[in-house]
Design a protein around this ligand. Structure first.
Ligand code: FAD
Length: 406
């Protein structure tokens, strides 16, 4: 088990983040929820204050333009930032840009880093990650159909994607495309940077998700690529590296999501406890009912379990481990805990829990999506069980302390 203690420096940074959340984010949530021109302008203003406080882009290190200090430190900060759906945007660490920045930082050429990474981390542009396709299973990306065919010094891309989050208003996407159909399945794909202004890129529509269309960053778009010509130099890493890099991208991306969910869970939990103590029914507060007490206890235990799983996975990543099992385990476990905690909080609030007078209804919709994006629960359980059972097949056991076979 890796070391999970909070350093004095991180404790101090958490106080600063908490202060910014109290001053800048929570009071502005109703205005940001409107997702109009005024909300967009407000995000810019709030970002300036976060930058001035030295807390901008905490997911990535200063060498790439951020204020990051590794995964563990980020987990401690992001569980505070994640409490509000808008705060990641305000702190410059929103998905999918944070994950895209990570790949460009790790695999981008110096030209790609200059042209795409620098403005992305600076918050001057947004990006999207375009992998899932409506016609084939996103859980098994070996079947993806979008192609990129080499023509001289260019790729020519044709394909149909959907759920490209944040594509509306983004400057570029990172597109997963088949570049070598004859290669073995995990060497067929490449990741290619596609500026949205390239002829042939069509953002067809923002797909309403549980009734929410979103705007700009909060959209999930259908995108068509028809004869889209971009230079070979836009390939991230080498041709055929698409899966390897996706694994690298999605690992940290998943754990970033889980860190945010920790914030959502804790906020829902606090709302549930406070409301249960105040609301009276059948001669006493809801908090006096055994069912509600059970929800409080279960939620407390499950939230802390998620925190520890997240911090452990983050520490392993900081130590250079890919932490595949730990990341998959916490991805499906935390998505379920998030869902259950928010669901209990909604139930305790009664009808109020479904209105927009608390953040719970929005959290509930987001929590449902969490069980699907970046791989559905079932696929992550498959990853964990495969690795664990392989150890037993080989005559070993699963050593939880080491996170591997022994
Ligand atoms: C809000 C949201 C945002 C998203 N953002 C992005 C994005 O930015 N970029 C992007 O490329 N994609 C994005 N996605 C897509 C997401 O990653 C896919 O939906 C996901 O990978 C599942 O693919 P699918 O929808 O094609 O489902 P399918 O692969 O068709 O799977 C359907 C269901 O089959 C079941 N299933 C699949 N495999 C197994 C298995 N091995 N065992 C048992 N059951 C199984 C699961 O229950 C699964 O839910 C987003 C999705 C959502 C909901």
């Amino acid at each position: 088990m890796a070391v999970l203690a909070m350093t004095p420096e991180v404790r101090e940074l958490r106080e600063q983040v908490r202060d910014l959340m109290d001053r800048l984010v929570y009071p502005n949530e109703p205005r940001l929820d409107r997702e109009d021109d005024e909300a967009e302008a407000l995000v810019k203003e709030l970002r300036a204050e976060v930058r001035a406080a030295g807390l901008w882009a905490p997911h990535i290190g200063p060498e790439a333009g951020g204020s990051g200090r590794g995964f563990v430190a980020y987990a401690f900060l992001n569980e505070l930032i994640g409490r509000s759906a808008w705060a990641p945007l305000v702190f410059g660490c929103q998905a999918p840009d944070a994950g895209n920045a990570e790949i460009l930082h790790l695999y981008g050429s110096s030209e790609q880093r200059r042209r795409w990474l620098a403005p992305l981390v600076a918050g001057d542009v947004r990006s999207f990650f375009s992998m899932t396709e409506p016609e084939v299973s996103g859980s098994d990306p070996t079947g993806l159909r979008t192609t990129a065919v080499r023509d001289g010094d260019d790729w020519v891309i044709d394909g149909h994607k959907w759920f490209s989050s944040g594509a509306e208003g983004a400057a570029f996407g990172i597109v997963m495309a088949v570049t070598d159909p004859a290669a073995e399945p995990h060497r067929r794909m490449s990741q290619i940077i596609v500026p949205v202004t390239t002829p042939g890129v069509e953002i067809v529509r923002a797909i309403p998700v549980l009734g929410h269309r979103g705007r700009g960053w909060s959209t999930h778009c259908e995108v068509r690529y028809t004869g889209v010509r971009v230079p070979l130099a836009n390939t991230v890493g080498e041709p055929g590296d698409g899966f390897r890099i996706a694994q690298k991208r999605l690992g940290p991306g998943r754990i970033h999501h889980v860190m945010r969910w920790l914030g959502q869970m804790q906020r829902a939990f606090e709302l549930m406890c406070a409301y249960a103590l105040g609301r009276q029914a059948f001669g006493g507060p809801l908090a006096g009912k055994q069912t509600v007490q059970g929800w409080v206890a279960d939620s407390a235990a499950e939230i802390q379990a998620c925190r520890l799983l997240t911090l452990d996975a983050a520490a392993r990543i900081d130590q250079g481990d890919e932490a595949r099992v730990e990341i998959s385990a916490v991805k499906f476990y935390a998505a379920r805990v998030l869902h259950d905690v928010v669901d209990r909080a909604v139930q305790v609030h009664g009808a109020l829990g479904l209105t927009d007078q608390t953040p719970l209804a929005r959290m509930y919709a987001d929590a449902r999506a969490a069980r699907l994006y970046d791989g559905p629960d079932e696929v992550h359980r498959m990853v964990v069980s495969r690795r664990v059972l392989r150890a037993f097949e080989q005559g070993a056991v699963w050593d939880f302390a080491e996170g591997g076979p022994r």
